[in-house]
Write a protein that binds this ligand. Sequence first.
Ligand code: CS2
Length: 490
Amino acid sequence: MKLSSQTLNKKLKNTEIKTPAYDHNNVDIGIVHLGPGAFHRAHQAVYTENIMNVDGGNWGICGVSLHSSTARDILAKQDYLYTLAVLDKKINYQVIGAIKEILVAQQQTAEVIARLSVTSTKLVTLTITEKGYCLNACGNLDLKHSDIAHDLNNPSKPISAIGFIVEGLKQRKLNNIPAFNVISCDNVSGNGDKLQQAVFDFANQLDASLAQWIKTEVAFPNTMVDSITPKTENYTIENVKHSTDIDDSWPIQREEFCQWVIENNWQGERPNWEKVGVIFTSDVNGFEKAKLRLLNCLHSTLAYAGTLMGYTSVYEVTSDEFFRKFITQMANTEIIGSFTPPKELNVKVYSNEIIKRFLNPEIRHLLSQIAWDGSQKLQMRILPIIHDNIALNRPTKLLCFSLACWFEFICRALKNGEEIIDPLADELAKMSILYSNNTNDIVDAFLNIESVFGLELKNNKRIKTQLVNSLHTLRIGRVNKINQVISALS
Ligand code: CS2
């Protein structure tokens, strides 16, 4: 059955498949989402689908792709419907209808701004990845970032998420339309606070009164989001077709575990997400640190160390006892204790559950996907732990080994002429020292990248020594003996 609004009402052979219980063809758009990628479609869009199945309401989503037209081009052909495949101990499928349209920012700028400016849009949510915030190493808006510089010179024709948010709010202020609220759903520490400050700083460059209006009228709650959602592969499409008889060009796969924690420090219209499992709390910080520092830090460690060892998926590398021991030891000795978890979270149990989630045989999560944008991700998931452990005089050896694996991952990719997917790819490729065998100079070169490491680490003797020793050990260990390296370090 080719997935579309027309065929949606046909009786599906597999009656287990959940389809929209609300009137999918007559839902208005209440949410604009910047960055409708795999994670959004498997996470926020599903929560919104589920609450509309319970409550109805005009919470249709307008997705805005900031760079690529792929999502729009594929999903428009099936009325933006798609299948969620939950692949875990239990496997189930659900047709999601929450996304009503997808606009491509660079081709449909005016339509995006119109959608942001209309009264019915109550919320703007984002999954634009860490690099989309255009922040510097201190977590502030980089006014010299090429996209930000462009938007400051062309505010009515923005290209950045921040530029679109400010232009949309400007239009609403001009037309006396109440502001929308903004919910960041990215793996950025203090994501709401950082986005609020970045939006304020951007607006303040253009119009101080607009910046002040935004400060008083717009909520930017902090959030934590979590569900392992590998990108869609051909096997995903075949799996859905075979299991559901639905011919879906772009289904989404994810694990059963799904969590969304939103700061409850704001008013304003929103779906009653708490009725479908979303946690509203004042202590997002504890949840966010637990997730970023355990799940995401361990993910990045496996991505780089596992790739050097020749593994390709999270399941494969976590199934290797040495790696499982390494990340368990890293969690227990260097990560747990570096932050204050929420009072309701048993952080040891949480950490063990994360490793069990990595061992889901139904999910093929590519290490290469997690390895993308390391220069941005490490700033949220490894460096803050190192900084806190230095301040608390706690161990950093295994964290430095993890960081050294990223160094070696980059050096190896450069030497092999492999593509590096990272905003700093060009800058890294120009660093000739990274092609050398001088581990001291390589570590210095990386730590001198101020936009990533700031100013502190390069002057820390202990950290430098641990990084040099780790890189040296990795190189002596060669790829096929990393297990012994890890065993020696543990
Ligand atoms: C992963 C995350 O690609 C990555 O960087 O670590 O996307 C991870 O799968 C999610 O944060 C899980 O909630």
